[in-house]
Each structure stands twice: as structure tokens, then as C-alpha cells.
Write a protein that binds this ligand. Structure first.
Ligand SMILES: [Mg+2]
Length: 380
């Protein structure tokens, strides 16, 4: 089998005023995503996706990776990964080049699954679990300062939809954050698992003030309290709070995660396959997490391709050491407006009693709605 063509597609969805939203760093008014289609001489097609600035990722693949890839055996995934990484390592061993490699790697795993007629999680070694628990990522802000009533209504909506866990966006100031967590905890009750995510809005001392204010609300984890570069800040926050500290969505490759995990900067590590080098690199990071006895849950943000990549990786992660008190495997499930997450796969993801079941189709487990690609495709 040989790679015959490599095609990048940038998709853009403009969000209507009512559904644009803010996290601690910016307002989100558009969705722009780079999708990769890898065609082989057998007719098998693999799909990949990069997180991050879509047009930059597109240029890297079109101008630097495409010629290298055409004619290669798509089953030589590790060889190709190292070849692409070696091409870029002196210049961008973190950032867009790795996000571009991620899309290639995911597409090659999709091809491999289709070639062997198996879901990717099977090729990764199989799954010890029958289901995974998606947590709703939402609770962004549609107006600032926060309208707590709107936020609470949204939280109740996730509860009514069957979610058993949800993540609250914070990073809007100490008082606002504490107030939001209190209001939501009181509205959804004690059984609901709650996480918070500041998207690195703070320094360690401010993050700790928020920890002091929300510890009593039983928080499963505090995600990205400080910027990803501030490893010592992570350690400081972690040392002084009982809330588990999470991070890693802005970290790249096994080399970056080796540092993060080796420093024991987080309790929960969250590699994103569209960022960190794809499924191949996710697998190595999961091994590093296991070596350091740190929990690993996939971060997911993107289209149905990113979602099903995360699903396959979550199923393939092996059990945590405690066999008697087993927490569900958790997967991020973004609930903000995103037509590519909802409609790029021909069959939408169905939750069963609030859980995700293992994919049964080969590769990523989805068929791509190519008409949607054409409808939302934009040129640089
Ligand atoms: Mg996050």
C-alpha cells in the first residue's frame, strides 16, 4: 500500500452572535479547523485533524510534508512520524509543526484500522472497559461579567441531558470564579462531578486563592491554573491545595510531557492528539504517565475526527492501579456550537445513559460527510 495523495481542507464556521462565547483568553466567534485527507493506492482513505491555527498547519503539510509522504507505505507510521519530526525538530519541536504531524499520524492510524478492519483502540492493545464517561465542556461566558442565572441554566441542561460530569470555565477573576462554582454546585447537587478550567489565566498565588474558595465544592480537578511554561507555578499550586491539578493540552510530544510528568507538575495529564503528535505520540505519553503514576485523560477540542480520535485513545488507556474503587475513564466532550463535531461524521455520536460505548467500525469508526467539507471549505 502506498500514499497516493495528501489533501488539506480548512473549514470555517462563523458563530452567530447568540452562540459566540468567551473563555479566559478570548472571545470565540468562528470555528476554523484543518482537516487532512490521505488517499492510498488501494482506495482506503484516512482522515486526520490538527488543533491550532488552521492555515499555518495547512502550509506546513502542503509545502513541507506532502512530497515526503507521497509514495510512502502508510503502515510505516513510526518511520513517517520520525521522518517528519526530524524534518522540523531544529526549528519547531513544539507548536504548529507538531500539530501538522498530528493530523498526518491520525490519518495513518485511520488507514491502518481500515486496512486491518479493526477499530484503532483494538490496534492499540484493546480496552479494559465497556464504556467511558464523557464530561460536558461548556459553561463558557456569553456575556461579561458573568450572568450566573444563564450559567446555572446551562449546567442544569447538561444534567437533564444525562451528563454525570461537567467542566466549568473559570479565569474571570477570583470573585466571579468562586461565585460561579458555588452557584453551579448548589444547582446540580453533590453527585455531579465538577471540574474547573482557567485556561492558564493566573499566576500561582492567585490560583491558590481560587483553590481556597472552591475546595469545599468537591472539585475533581483544576485545569491549567497557570501558563504551560510555568512548571514551578504548577508545582506550587499542587503543593498547597487538595484539589487535583490538571494540565497538558498545550504541551507537545513525549519530550515535553516527559518534563511535565517528571517534575510531577500535575495530578492529571491531558494530552490532545491533535496537538501533541497524534495517536502514536499519545500512546508514548500515556506510558510516561503510567511510569509516573499520574492519571491520563485525553483532551479533545475539534471536529468528529478529533472526538473519535479521543474516544479510541480513551478506550485504549489501561486501568488505574486501584482495582476495587475504579473511577470511570473520562473524556472531554465539548458542548459549544460546532457543526463539524456534530455533522462531519455521517452518524452522530449517541450517548447511552450518559456514557460512550466503544466504536465498532474500523479505523476511527466514522464515515465522513464530504458534502459538509465542500460546504464549509475556505481558502487561505
Ligand atoms: Mg482546557
Amino acid at each position: 500500500m502506498k500514499i497516493k495523495n495528501v489533501e488539506t481542507i480548512v473549514l470555517k464556521q462563523t458563530l452567530d452572535e447568540g452562540v459566540s462565547f468567551a473563555y479566559s483568553q478570548a472571545w470565540y466567534n468562528t470555528r476554523t479547523i484543518m482537516i487532512l485527507k490521505v488517499t492510498t493506492d488501494t482506495g482506503i482513505v484516512g482522515w486526520g485533524e490538527s488543533f491550532g491555527p488552521a492555515f499555518v498547519n495547512q502550509v506546513i503539510i502542503d509545502k513541507y510534508f506532502k512530497d515526503y509522504l507521497i509514495g510512502k507505505d502508510p503502515l510505516d507510521i513510526e518511520v513517517i512520524w520520525e521522518g517528519l519530526y526530524n524534518m522540523m525538530r531544529d526549528h519547531c519541536s513544539k507548536g504548529n509543526a507538531i500539530e501538522a504531524i498530528s493530523a498526518v499520524d491520525i490519518a495513518l492510524w485511520d488507514i491502518k484500522g481500515k486496512y486491518f478492519n479493526q477499530p484503532i483502540y483494538k490496534l492499540l492493545g484493546g480496552t479494559p472497559r465497556k464504556k467511558i464517561r464523557p464530561y460536558a465542556t461548556g459553561l463558557y461566558r456569553h456575556v461579561l461579567p458573568t450572568d450566573m442565572d444563564v450559567l446555572v441554566e446551562e449546567a442544569k441542561g447538561y444534567q437533564e441531558a444525562g451528563f454525570k460530569a461537567m467542566k466549568i470555565k473559570i479565569g474571570f477573576g477570583i470573585e466571579d470564579d468562586i461565585h460561579a462554582v458555588k452557584a453551579i454546585r448548589e444547582a446540580v447537587g453533590d453527585e455531579m462531578m465538577l471540574m474547573v478550567d482557567a485556561n492558564h489565566a493566573y499566576n500561582a498565588s492567585t490560583a491558590l486563592k481560587i483553590c481556597q474558595g472552591i475546595e469545599k465544592y468537591d472539585i475533581r480537578w483544576f485545569e491549567e491554573p497557570v501558563p504551560p511554561e510555568d512548571i514551578e507555578g504548577y508545582r506550587e499550586v499542587k503543593r498547597h491545595t487538595s484539589i487535583p491539578i490538571a494540565g497538558g493540552e498545550a504541551e507537545f510530544t513525549r519530550f515535553g510531557f516527559n518534563h511535565l510528568l517528571g517534575k510531577r507538575a500535575v495530578d492529571v495529564v491531558q494530552p490532545d492528539c491533535g496537538v501533541t503528535g497524534g495517536i502514536s505520540e499519545f500512546r508514548k505519553i500515556a506510558v510516561l504517565a503510567s511510569v509516573n503514576n499520574i492519571q491520563c485523560y485525553p483532551h479533545v477540542w475539534g471536529s468528529a475526527i478529533a472526538l473519535y480520535t479521543g474516544i479510541n485513545c480513551a478506550f485504549a488507556l489501561q486501568d488505574f492501579p486501584n482495582k476495587l474503587v475504579q473511577e470511570d475513564m473520562l473524556l472531554e466532550y465539548d458542548r459549544t456550537e460546532n457543526i463539524f463535531r456534530e455533522r462531519l461524521a455521517k452518524e452522530p455520536l449517541e450517548l447511552v445513559d450518559g456514557y460512550i460505548l466503544p466504536p465498532t467500525k474500523p479505523g476511527l469508526g466514522i464515515e465522513i460527510n464530504e458534502a459538509l467539507l465542500e460546504e464549509y471549505r475556505v481558502e487561505a
